[in-house]
Design a protein around this ligand. Structure first.
Ligand code: OSB
Ligand code: MG
Length: 356
């Protein structure tokens, strides 16, 4: 689907989004759905839509066919037989969570251990142009969003942040660098300490936790890790090293809701606040994120904006709506949102069915 407005980071501009929607049906007829959130090219992580499709079709689905898990918990272990490819794994794993929650008659939030009620909604500005960024922030604030994230890079940082802070002195603001810096840039990163950022996300190498630990000692702004944390093991090591004070959890990046919940539980025990990141995804993945973000350790508003942030029309019904800065957690069994098959059909490029 085309985005309403292109979304830019220093790495890539996303104008159109491809994705993979998975629907699973149990022997008893119960259903669940999930989403593969890899991008069309490997700019954010190494996975793409094509590699995810390949993994699903040629490895993960045949593996499930051979060893159909009896319990949800077995899926992660089963999938660990194949290295990484977390977004492909999460596409099925999260669909199985939805299916299992529906079977148990619980909302996905309750099934995960969430609190119910509603979650606060944060939003991301996707332009380095200061005028456009200020315009977007004004629109978002009018819609009630409670927290804003901007993207920074060495070409667009201190002056950009300073001007946004000047115009919005009380805004809950964070900055995401998507690995645009190295330790040589410490002076610039230190200069950002002036502007009361809630955190700086992934300033250094996409797979680094060592340099981030050095950097965190030199700056007062909390570091949040995104790309560097692809497993519970990574989170444990990063916290031990002092590489971050906050973690952004995305189910796709870590292999699904099971691993995401484990990282949440560990962080909560170690007093590391977490929040749920976004992938410019469609409503299916967003709905999973809403349920995940209802867990008690998600104490910071996530990048969980409403369906209308990126899409003219989403592929779920109802769409995800932000009201007074919050999203209601559905109470009915499962995800609480259904696929809008009419809309889905309009935007589907390829479809395949696997029976066993
Ligand atoms: O780094 O968090 C990120 C979008 C695509 C890939 C990576 C990231 C992002 C965002 C936007 O920051 C999140 C969203 O609004 O979905
Ligand atoms: Mg990020």
């Amino acid at each position: 689907m085309p985005l309403k407005v292109p979304f830019s980071t220093h790495l890539e501009t996303v104008s159109e989004r491809e994705g993979i929607i998975v629907e699973v049906t149990g022997k008893d007829g119960s259903k669940g759905c999930g989403e593969g959130v890899a991008f069309s090219s490997p700019w954010y992580t190494e996975e793409t839509v094509s590699t995810s499709w390949h993994m699903l079709k040629d490895f993960l689905i045949p593996l499930l066919k051979k060893r159909t898990p009896e319990h949800l918990g077995e899926t992660e272990k089963l999938f660990s037989f194949f290295r990484r490819n977390h977004m492909a794994k999460a596409a099925i794993e999260s669909a199985l969570w939805d299916l299992e929650a529906r079977r148990k008659g619980l909302s996905l939030s309750a099934f995960l251990g969430g609190c119910g009620g509603s979650i606060p909604s944060g939003v991301v500005v996707g332009t380095p142009n200061i005028k456009a960024a200020v315009g977007q922030i004004e629109t978002f604030l009018d819609k009630g969003y409670t927290r804003v994230k901007i993207k920074i890079s060495p070409e667009n940082d201190v002056a950009f942040v300073a001007e946004i802070r000047r115009q919005f002195p009380n805004l809950d603001l964070m900055a995401d660098a998507n690995s645009a810096y190295t330790l040589e840039d410490v002076d610039k990163l230190k200069a950002l300490d002036e502007y009361g950022l809630m955190m700086i996300e992934q300033p250094l190498g996409n797979d680094d936790i060592v340099d981030h630990a050095s950097l965190q000692k030199k700056i007062s702004t909390p570091i949040c890790l995104d790309e560097s944390i692809v497993s519970l093991d990574d989170a444990v090591k990063a916290i031990k090293l002092g590489s971050c004070r906050v973690i952004n959890i995305k189910p796709g990046r870590v292999g699904g809701l099971g691993p995401a919940k484990k990282i949440h539980d560990y962080c909560r025990k170690h007093h590391i606040p977490v929040w749920c990141g976004g992938m410019i995804e469609f409503g299916v993945s967003r709905a999973h994120n809403v349920a995940l973000a209802s867990l008690p350790g998600f104490t910071i508003p996530g990048d969980i904006s409403g369906s209308d942030r990126y899409w003219e029309k989403d592929i779920i019904t109802p769409e995800i709506v932000v009201e007074k800065g919050r999203i209601k957690i559905p109470e009915r069994p499962g995800l609480g949102f259904d696929l809008d098959f009419r809309r889905l059909k309009e935007v589907t490029l390829a479809q395949e069915e696997f029976m066993f």
